[in-house]
Ligand binder design. Structure first.
Ligand code: ADP
Ligand code: ZN
Length: 204
């Protein structure tokens, strides 16, 4: 006889650098929940408009409809309380309130699936991911392929000059790098010199 467990909630986190397959993995898990006929809602931050406003999209073009929020607290208004599984993509851009909201949802019996960058462009832990990792029932760390040497990559290398924490973009602005090839912060001067407008160009 099956044990009736009731509506037990939990938090699952998928973390790693850009291009490591976090969105793919999140979408895979959410699709399986749908196959199991669970009610699913997916949220992503408003600033990630790389591909689509109302879908989460992986670099390999897996897609799933999603709702856009500025702050994790908005979920409380947007949530259909019949929803059993709640996905968050790009969770590192959802702010510190995501911790309290994820806990609240899990405590009330929801399955909370969270994908996000665990480190920023300087290699520092990216809030609120560290706290979520500590509170989660399940953690998966995905690795990408280092674009310099082909080894497993845990870092997101920024290729454009900016000291802002958040520069939204994808191919061309960031690449995956391993521990050895990662250069924290702004790229090397030679790269920037090359990129400067007017340099090495003939003026008319
Ligand atoms: P994330 O959400 O972690 O940024 P995605 O799920 O959007 O990752 O994309 C993962 C896909 O990106 C891979 O399946 C692969 O097709 C592609 N990809 C592009 N560059 C890389 C790389 N350097 N390492 C691994 N996968 C890469
Ligand atoms: Zn490398």
């Amino acid at each position: 006889m099956d044990i009736v467990t009731g509506n037990i909630g939990w938090i699952e986190v998928v973390c790693g650098p850009m291009f490591s397959g976090k969105s793919e993995e999140l979408i895979r898990r959410l699709r399986r929940a749908k196959i199991a006929r669970k009610r699913v809602q997916v949220f992503k931050p408003v600033l990630d408009d790389r591909y689509s406003a109302d879908e989460i999209v992986s670099h390999s073009d897996c897609r799933m409809p999603s709702q856009v929020i500025k702050d994790a607290r908005e979920v409380l208004n947007l949530l259909d309380w019949r929803t059993q599984v709640i996905g968050f993509d790009e969770a590192n851009f959802l702010g510190p309130n995501l911790v309290e909201i994820a806990q609240q949802l899990a405590d009330s019996g929801k399955q909370v699936l969270i994908a996000g960058l665990d480190t920023d462009y300087l290699g520092r832990p990216f809030p609120p991911m560290p706290e979520l990792l500590a509170l989660a029932e399940s953690i998966t760390k995905t690795l990408a392929i280092c674009m310099r040497c082909g080894n497993p990559a845990k870092h997101t290398q920024r290729l454009v000059e900016s000291e802002e924490l958040i520069v939204v973009g994808a191919t061309g602005m960031y690449e995956a790098r391993c521990r050895r090839c990662f250069e924290p912060g702004i790229p090397k001067q030679e790269y920037l010199e090359f990129a400067k407008p007017g340099r090495d160009r003939h003026t008319v």
